[in-house]
Design a protein around this ligand. Structure first.
Ligand SMILES: C[S@@+](CC[C@H](N)C(=O)[O-])C[C@H]1O[C@@H](n2cnc3c(N)ncnc32)[C@H](O)[C@@H]1O
Length: 269
């Protein structure tokens, strides 16, 4: 497939769908290719609410960043940040607290290229093309060290990233590295696919995603809780995306299972 739009990095294979671009399409974005859109349609056939799941996830991200800013956090590490779309972390944080600093991390070429374009001229935000399963590479990158002061609280955002980490990469250990790196008063927010919710059709989603660049690994509530380690969950605990501090802009799902994702925020004691 040729790059008719001029923004596709050479290493990107547009013929194999990627979750970054499928998610962009589900959110109404334009940085995706025909195979991504076809895969999104397959997912919609399995789970007709998949676009709603994506929107509720994105809305959770917005509320979480606002919550953390109100709690005094001024620096964010966004793991698996995706293709920029409406409501990016630096926009939300820097609007609420000018000067807030953000490091975005993703390994997908379109996500990184488009983030670079968006962040040009923003001295308080950067994007790293790194694999989040290699925390040392992320935490010791020059951009991370120059933007994040690890003696001060950090908002670590792991929003729909955990379920892309296979058991073989030791997700609990990976999350522990990020938790250990940050100061007391830091927050960890995450959303995670689960097959605890029978109406989600998790098995079929797992099967469908096997032909993309990103296999998915739903986890049980107990397994998701493990990712928070010894951090203390803030109210209302581990719920689903729309159930976490819903605001005027959206009604919580009548059946929480419709959100498809566990969602929670915890603070480092
Ligand atoms: C569904 S998107 C989520 C974007 C954003 N966090 C949000 O919730 O709105 C998941 C992102 O995680 C990225 N991703 C998956 N596994 C990754 C890994 N091991 N390292 C870095 N990025 C990864 C994908 O490329 C994709 O952009």
């Amino acid at each position: 497939m040729s790059d008719t739009m001029g923004w596709v990095p050479a290493e990107v294979n547009p013929d194999v769908p990627s979750v970054a671009r499928i998610y962009d399409y589900l959110l109404g974005g334009s940085h995706n290719f025909e195979p991504d859109r076809a895969m999104a349609d397959k997912l919609l056939a399995v789970q007709p609410n998949v676009a709603g799941i994506a929107r509720n996830n994105r809305a959770f991200l917005r509320r979480v960043v606002q919550f953390m800013v109100q709690a005094g956090v001024r620096q964010f590490l966004d793991l698996g940040s995706g293709i920029p779309t409406a409501g990016n972390v630096h926009e939300i944080a820097q609007h609420a607290a000018p000067g807030s600093r953000v490091v975005y991390v993703d390994y997908e070429g379109v996500a990184v290229a488009h983030s670079k374009l968006l962040l040009a001229g923003n001295a308080d935000a950067a994007v790293l093309q790194r694999d989040v399963t290699r925390p040392d590479d992320v935490l010791n990158a020059d951009e991370t060290r120059s933007l994040i002061d690890f003696s001060q609280p950090v908002g670590v955002l792991a929003i729909t990233i955990g379920h892309y980490l296979p058991p073989a990469c030791d997700p609990v250990g990976v999350f522990a590295c990020y938790r250990n790196a940050v100061a007391s008063g830091s927050f960890l927010a995450l959303t995670h696919l689960t097959d605890d919710f029978t109406s989600l059709h998790g098995d079929e989603i797992v099967e469908t995603m096997k032909s993309t660049q990103n296999n998915v690994f739903p986890r049980t509530r107990a397994q998701v809780l493990e990712l928070f380690g010894d951090f203390d969950l803030v109210e209302p605990g581990l719920v689903t995306t729309s159930q976490w501090h819903p605001d005027y802009s959206m009604a919580p799902a009548v059946d929480p299972q419709e959100d498809g994702l566990y969602a929670g925020v915890a603070i480092k004691p």
